[in-house]
Write a protein that binds this ligand. Structure first.
Ligand SMILES: Nc1ncnc2c1ncn2[C@@H]1O[C@H](COP(=O)(O)OP(=O)(O)OP(=O)(O)O)[C@@H](O)[C@H]1O
Ligand SMILES: [Mg+2]
Length: 426
């Protein structure tokens, strides 16, 4: 049989080079992907999962481990290998190769683990490992290490070592980010808890002050009444005027106290979530608003089928306030109309109340929802300035938002969402 023609040696080495280049190219692509993923990782678990997968895939090794430093121990946090290694176990830093890499801030490249004094033979006997590479994560004060293992004797190439070191460097940055995020999250949580506590104390204080003010105020009102009833003739004209001033003042203060108490109650009432037919609720509210009012009442247009998930009692307070405002602030316009409806923004429902009344200047919009802030005078439109503050508290307690758009003389539109709906509606 004729001998097969020999492949030219030059061609052989060229195709080997090409294969090597292709392998390197694929590894670089993988590394870039891993770097991108690691840069977005926010938790240790995510970093661990990425390293676990990539450390082995990058070099095509038979196994990889991700080891965390815990004081003077190495913790084998995760692994990805052809057979079990040491996942979940802890060893003294001085008694394992990952400890050596972390203590020295150097990479260990070991072709034969049984002939290297840095590797304790016993823990390796039950495993497949013959050769390994261990890279520290961070050369300055390493915080972790990444290991690669081979079942057949293998001398890691400079390319493989570089890839692992690049992965380790990115992992170092990712772990620092995780630490930063965790610290930030804890700080935000602490601050929120402090704020919540301060807020609760303030509300409890304003509740008890308002409550305690009631009885002295009732005394003043009661004695003023007695004075007016029994001693009016002795007071003279001026005295009676002064007394009437006292009575009006005490009446106003009583109203303010009631408003404050109502606001405090809304903040503390326990929410009972249920499906609420807002269309029916709004139509009922309109009946009450209309009751006994003049001919000039606006036309109310309530969209059919508006449903919500929330506390019915509190949602009634929201709708009542918004519709009463719409009615009050459009009272001076003939044939005004008020609309209540709902639109869907993605998965979220946005409810709205629109009127074509007096409106307001948007530059004062930030004051709308603060207690006792009013954008119109008592002479123009009477009120206490507490309605929208109450509404906002209820909306916030439902996890939603409220905002408004308006123009002077052109009307106003109030939008609100009920955040919990997305999570709780069936
Ligand atoms: N639909 C509206 N059109 C124009 N201005 C409005 C409208 N709703 C609210 N406002 C402005 O916002 C202010 C705050 O409203 P809010 O309902 O809190 O108080 P109020 O209506 O004055 O009094 P009350 O506490 O009796 O409701 C109002 O004083 C008014 O200036
Ligand atoms: Mg109001």
């Amino acid at each position: 049989m004729a001998a097969l023609p020999q492949k030219p040696i030059l061609l052989d080495s060229a195709s080997a080079k090409l294969r090597r280049l292709q392998r390197q190219n694929a590894a670089m692509k993988r590394l870039v992907g891993a770097v991108q993923e690691l840069s977005l990782a926010r938790t240790l678990a995510t970093v661990q999962a990425i390293v676990r997968r990539e450390a082995r895939e990058l070099t095509g090794a038979d196994g990889a481990t991700f080891v965390l430093r815990e004081g003077d121990k190495c913790f084998y946090a995760d692994e990805n290998a052809i057979a079990p290694l040491w996942k979940g176990q802890r060893f003294p830093l001085s008694a394992c190769i990952s400890g050596w890499a972390m203590l020295n801030g150097q990479t260990a490249v070991i072709e034969d683990i049984y002939s290297d004094s840095r590797v304790p033979a016993e823990p390796y006997r039950p495993t497949f490992v013959k050769s390994l590479v261990m890279v520290p994560v961070r050369t300055e004060k390493p915080i972790a290490a990444i290991g690669n293992y081979w079942a057949k004797r293998h001398r890691a190439t400079p390319g493989e070592i570089e890839l692992l070191q690049a992965l380790a460097n990115t992992t170092a940055v990712a772990l620092e980010n995780v630490q930063l995020y965790t610290e930030l999250e804890n700080r935000v949580r602490e601050r929120t808890a402090q704020l919540q506590q301060a807020n609760d104390e303030l509300q409890a204080f304003s509740y008890s002050v308002s409550h305690d003010l009631r009885s002295p105020l009732q005394n003043i009102a009661g004695y003023s009444e007695l004075l007016a009833q029994d001693h009016s003739s002795r007071l003279g004209e001026k005295g009676r005027r002064y007394l009437s001033g006292i009575t009006t003042g005490t009446h106003q203060m009583g109203q303010l106290i009631n408003d404050l108490l109502r606001l405090a109650k809304v903040s503390h009432a326990e929410l009972k979530f249920e499906r609420v037919d807002l269309t029916a609720l709004a139509r009922d509210v309109v009946e009450h608003i209309r009751f006994g009012r003049d001919e000039n009442a606006p036309e109310f247009r309530i969209q059919d089928g508006i449903e919500a998930h929330g506390d019915e009692g509190l949602l009634r307070v929201v709708v009542e306030n918004l519709l009463s405002n719409a009615r009050k602030y459009s009272a001076k316009k003939p044939k005004a109309s008020v609309e209540f409806g709902c639109i869907s923004e993605g998965t979220e429902k946005v409810y709205f109340v629109r009127d074509a009344g007096a409106g307001f200047d948007m530059k004062h919009a930030s004051r709308l929802f603060a207690p006792f802030q009013r954008l119109h005078s008592q002479q123009e439109f009477p009120g206490h300035g507490i309605g929208l503050a109450t509404v906002r508290r209820i909306i916030h307690r439902h996890g939603g938002l409220i905002w408004a758009q308006a123009a002077v003389g052109k009307g106003a539109i109030f939008f609100f969402t009920l955040g919990h709906e997305a999570n709780t509606s069936e």
